[in-house]
Design a protein around this ligand. Structure first.
Ligand SMILES: [Zn+2]
Length: 465
């Protein structure tokens, strides 16, 4: 069989890996590229392979950098099915709809300015008709079930503990009495995080494709230190009547952040300040969370049955209409505004940043991974002037990083994941990490297991396994 890598190879976004056996091609993920605008547009329109030749897509989870290019497929002749967990099917549905809407909105906003400057307009990658077409091809599966994908090919989904519905996907190919198994980790979560169950131990496999987002780093512990940091921030906002702006993936981090702040309030460590979750998607995603208790850990299941709705509170407001969102721009603090996109590449967060970034009393809190060339990355790197909607804007607001909130496994978690595969795979491909992280993790795995063939594929490369 052959494996080819068309995204998230020595980079993080645009996860797309192709597995080819005689007579059949399948795709692990079909994600959207984010980063430098022109490069991203090019790579999102031309996926790197003819979609017509793909028989099936197996989706690890609903995050847009893994699912966001799915609606491009039917337009280019894809006629197969998309297999994913049931919770992912629900989540990806609302996320792709939202992605189409955000693209349309952002294009309209940017084009208004571009036209004024006499430049050519940009077009959305897809619209909601394209989204409907791909949703009809979704096949929601239960964790652990063996699903027949094609003759001689089956697949199963194993809880990855990263976001609701996330899975490592295992494919089994049987031919001439031989069986080969490939395990694609998707994004791996961490043990002991709120809401979701811990990642399942990986099933045995011959070939492993593993993520490396934090392949060279260890996370802060989710302990007292982090709580103190959050407490200080909320005090700061109250004292200075300022805004705390949190760019967050609408699914996962947002729900977790809300639970963390609620904990601090319930423990009497901070007085509540208004929290605005400014994302129609986050509201809908929270509804999807409520529909899938099969994905919760014990603690969350218990809280749900004891207290009803864990996400509700008198100081938490879900904002859905654009008018309400605009009102937040003009409003004074103290308040927390959680909005997406998580890497500040589009959507309402850009408007909040535009209005808040020039006031030194405000704080921008970064809780998720920020890919190269995104606005979020520039903020993390401490740029004094950043482009917002293409306009250079002075940054006076403070930027604070919260690593411990990450939904990704760190270096030790990733090494432990590999170590726990019994027997060890013969080949490992390291993906979904920038070059430095991927190389660093690769070297560590190679040192620990000299017998494994460890490869760090380049974009567009094909490997015989
Ligand atoms: Zn993810």
């Amino acid at each position: 069989m052959k494996l080819s890598f068309y995204g998230a190879a020595r980079s993080v976004t645009g996860s797309r890996h192709m597995l080819e056996v005689p007579g059949f091609r399948l795709l692990f993920d079909c994600g959207m590229f984010q980063g430098r605008r022109e490069e991203a547009v090019r790579k999102n329109r031309d996926l790197g392979f003819p979609p017509k030749s793909i028989g099936a897509v197996l989706l690890s989870h609903a995050h847009i950098d893994h699912s966001g290019a799915l609606p491009v497929l039917p337009r280019q002749g894809f006629a197969g099915k998309v297999y994913l967990t049931r919770a992912s099917a629900d989540l990806a549905g609302i996320m792709l709809e939202d992605s189409a809407r955000v693209q349309q909105y952002d294009c309209r906003y940017v084009n208004k300015q571009e036209r004024r400057r006499g430049r050519t307009c940009i077009q959305p990658l897809y619209d909601s008709d394209d989204v409907q077409k791909i949703l009809k091809r979704f096949e929601g599966e239960r964790y652990g079930d063996q699903v027949k994908i094609a003759p001689r090919l089956t697949a199963s989904f194993h809880d990855a503990g990263h976001i609701l519905g996330s899975a490592a996907v295992r494919v089994k190919y049987s031919a001439r009495g031989n069986t080969t198994t490939v395990l694609f980790s998707g994004d791996l979560g961490r043990a002991h995080m709120p809401i979701l169950r811990d990642p399942e131990p990986p099933p045995p496999c011959d070939v492993l494709i593993v993520e490396s987002t934090y392949g060279d780093r260890l996370h802060e512990q989710l302990g007292e230190e982090m709580k103190k940091k959050a407490q200080d921030l909320l005090h700061h906002a109250r004292t200075h009547k300022s805004k705390i702006i949190v760019p967050a993936f609408a699914v996962g981090r947002t729900q977790e952040l809300v639970m963390r702040i609620k904990e601090l309030v319930e423990e009497g460590r901070v007085d509540p300040i208004p929290i605005y979750i400014d994302s129609p998607l986050a509201g809908k995603a929270t509804e999807v969370f409520k529909r899938h208790p099969e994905c919760y850990d014990e603690e969350t299941s218990k809280t749900f049955s004891d207290a009803g709705d864990v996400f509700a509170s008198r100081y938490i407001h879900f904002v859905s209409s654009p008018e309400e969102s605009k009102r937040l721009n003009a409003m004074r603090g103290p308040c927390v505004i959680i909005s997406s996109s998580g890497m500040c590449e589009g959507g309402r967060i850009l408007h909040h940043l535009k209005h808040a970034i020039q006031d030194e009393a405000n704080v921008i809190v970064i809780v998720g991974f920020q890919a190269e060339h995104t606005l979020g990355r520039k903020l993390v790197e401490g740029w004094d002037v950043v482009p917002i909607f293409g306009v250079p804007t002075q940054r006076r607001a403070q930027v604070v990083k919260f690593n411990g909130m990450s939904a990704h496994a760190d270096r030790n978690d990733l090494l432990a994941y590999v170590r726990s595969i019994d027997p060890l795979p013969s080949t490992i491909f390291i993906v979904h990490g920038e070059e430095k992280q991927a190389l660093s993790l690769g070297a560590a795995i190679q040192t620990e297991h000299p017998q494994i063939d460890v490869r760090i594929p380049h974009h567009g490369s094909t490997h015989e396994v």
